[in-house]
Design a binder for this molecule. Structure first.
Ligand code: NDP
Length: 530
């Protein structure tokens, strides 16, 4: 069968405005993809809305069956799917499999199984009102059409996780993939079509920023946006016009704190992997490292030694540790941040520039010292393989430095003393704090993902992420069908005195006091009501 880029190129008509899918490791144009116009986006949302009712009516079992068939399709076409991802992003083939595809396989199994349990109607305990024949429960209902706008750094795992959860909850979806990774977005659509998902339940609208903006205006029921703070702000402003709720998964400047009792070798390996995997293009990558000055010399030496051992090269080579960056724009930002740091006195211990021998968008893995919080490399997001390291004298100082940022996505603490780790974690301002781990918990479908401060609003993944994809309907039942409530009309002096009598007792935390209100309540049943 032909590859997805070949099929897309064949379907294109000359007149359409297009975006190019380019392999950043080689500069080769893989495909020209037509941009979805605002009219097409609106039509697509209408199609998704038409598909919503029948899809929501299906049982969890049926929906889970389709998700598991899609999972099997991915397994059966693993190499083809991995190839689309690595050719569009420039990441090593191994990372495309390990970090983009495998977490999705896990997540699909998990939500196909768990969604029904979490979205079962839930009883609410009413306390004293239960004695009056009342009961309440909440039913979880899908929202409708979910608009998903996703970035290019994990073009498979980020939208797939959200799509699977949205579909399992009974919603239909319109996905706008990044303009840098449209083929991966189209491949996602194809996977579900092949798995037998009904037409209209998942729709992919490739395009550029205008397509994303059009989706925000097209009347979807919720927007799940992953991307930069600047675009997130625009999305929220557009959403506010329609009162569309949003989940925003935005940038990070994630700190790593290495305590003096940490295993130095393990922490150094973690810093190198956490900072340089996916060529540093991870919202949760180790962006800033703070090491206790008592172990700083040895730690930094090991970080540099390990960084020098990394092999940077073409993504399809299976021994490549670091591939290319995905786009020139990010590469220029990285270059500028490193240039500014060096100009202001930072020391480059290794790397520091574009790779000379490789032709694509390659930046060498770079370790910097001699930086402080006035440098942009310590304040602004760096989507590239750069690790700036500072030292600290006390844990209070480490916490102060780690929290000195407008971001709050993830943070990590490295120590052999788990109690110390938890104590520090409690003081860190982040959506996720890892103790002796870094960067990877997005791959755990069980745990919530999301940020505080400017790193975002809301959560994806886990049951809390699932809650973002449903609305709750409260059902309240009164089994005393023949009795008028004493608070209904027919107000009188007697009613007022009765209310005075029970006000304190009925609302007391003590059950004994509540019982003392009972005689008055029974008297209240005799009051005249209209
Ligand atoms: P952008 O904010 O540039 O783009 C994100 C998505 O929004 C893309 O699909 C983009 O389309 C689209 N878009 C652009 N303009 C608009 C608009 N006006 N309205 C609606 N959508 C629009 O981010 P990047 O793609 O460059 O991704 C990198 C950023 O994503 C980093 O800041 C990173 O930290 C963050 N990120 C956060 C994660 C998290 O979980 N918190 C995970 C991964 C990344 P197009 O590409 O076609 O312009």
């Amino acid at each position: 069968m032909k590859r997805i880029d070949e099929r897309v190129n064949e379907r294109r008509t000359v007149a359409q405005k297009t975006i190019s899918s380019v392999n950043p490791a080689t500069g080769e144009t893989l495909a020209e993809i037509p941009i979805s116009s605002p009219q097409e986006v609106r039509r697509t949302v209408a199609r998704a809305r038409a598909a919503f009712g029948p899809w929501a009516a299906r049982s969890f079992r049926e929906r889970g069956g389709i998700v598991l068939r899609a999972r099997q399709y991915i397994i059966d076409h693993l190499d083809e799917i991995v190839s689309v991802i690595y050719r569009e992003t420039g990441k090593p083939k191994t990372e495309a499999l390990a970090a983009d595809v495998m977490p999705v396989l896990d997540l699909m199994t998990y939500y196909a199984r768990m969604t029904e349990k979490w979205l079962r109607p839930e009883r609410i305990h009413l306390g004293k009102y239960a004695l009056m024949g009342r009961s309440s429960y909440v039913a979880y209902k899908p929202l409708g059409v979910i608009g998903i706008i996703s970035p290019w750094n994990f073009p498979f795992t980020i939208p797939m996780g959200e799509i699977v959860m949205a579909l399992m909850a009974g919603n239909t979806v319109v996905l706008k993939p990044s303009e840098y990774t449209p083929l991966t977005g189209l491949a996602i659509g194809e996977i579900f079509t092949r798995a037998g998902l009904p037409e209209g339940a998942l729709n992919v609208v490739p395009g550029d920023g205008t397509t994303g903006a059009a989706l925000c205006e097209a009347g979807v029921n919720k927007i799940l946006f992953t991307g930069s703070v600047a675009t997130g702000r625009q999305v929220m402003m557009a959403a506010a016009r329609h009162l569309t709720p949003v989940v925003l998964e935005l940038g990070g400047k994630d700190p790593m704190i290495v305590c003096r009792d940490a295993d130095i070798d393990v922490a150094a390996s973690a810093a190198v992997w956490g900072a340089f995997s996916n060529a540093g293009q991870i919202c949760a990558s180790v962006e800033r490292c703070y090491v206790d000055e008592a172990i700083a010399e040895e730690f930094i030496a090991r970080v540099v030694e390990k960084t020098r051992q990394l092999s940077q090269g073409t993504p399809e080579r299976l021994d490549t540790d670091i591939g290319a960056l995905t786009n020139e724009r990010q590469l220029r930002i990285v270059e500028e941040q490193v240039r500014e740091a060096v100009a202001r006195g930072a020391t480059v211990l290794c790397g520091g520039r574009r790779h000379r021998q490789l032709n694509g968008l390659y930046f060498q893995p770079t370790v910097l010292i001699g930086v402080d919080h006035t440098f942009s490399i310590m304040r602004e997001e760096t989507f590239g393989p750069v690790l700036p390291i500072m030292t600290f004298k006390t844990e209070e100082e480490a916490i102060r430095l780690a929290n000195d940022t407008p971001y709050g996505l993830t943070a990590s603490v490295w120590t052999r003393d788990i109690r110390r780790g938890k104590k520090l974690a409690a003081q860190l301002e982040a959506g996720t704090v890892m103790i002796n781990e870094c960067a990877y918990t997005h791959a755990l479908p069980q745990t919530p993902w999301g940020g505080v401060k400017q790193s975002g609003i809301g959560r994806t993944h886990s049951r809390w992420g699932l809650n973002e994809l449903v609305t709750i309907e409260h059902i309240h039942v009164n089994r005393w069908t023949g009795v008028k409530d004493f608070w209904w009309f027919g107000y009188s002096q007697q009613l007022y005195h009765l209310l005075v009598e029970i006000a304190g007792k009925l609302t007391s935390p003590s059950w004994l006091d509540k019982l003392k209100a009972l005689p008055a309540l029974l008297r209240g049943r005799r009051l005249k009501k209209y």
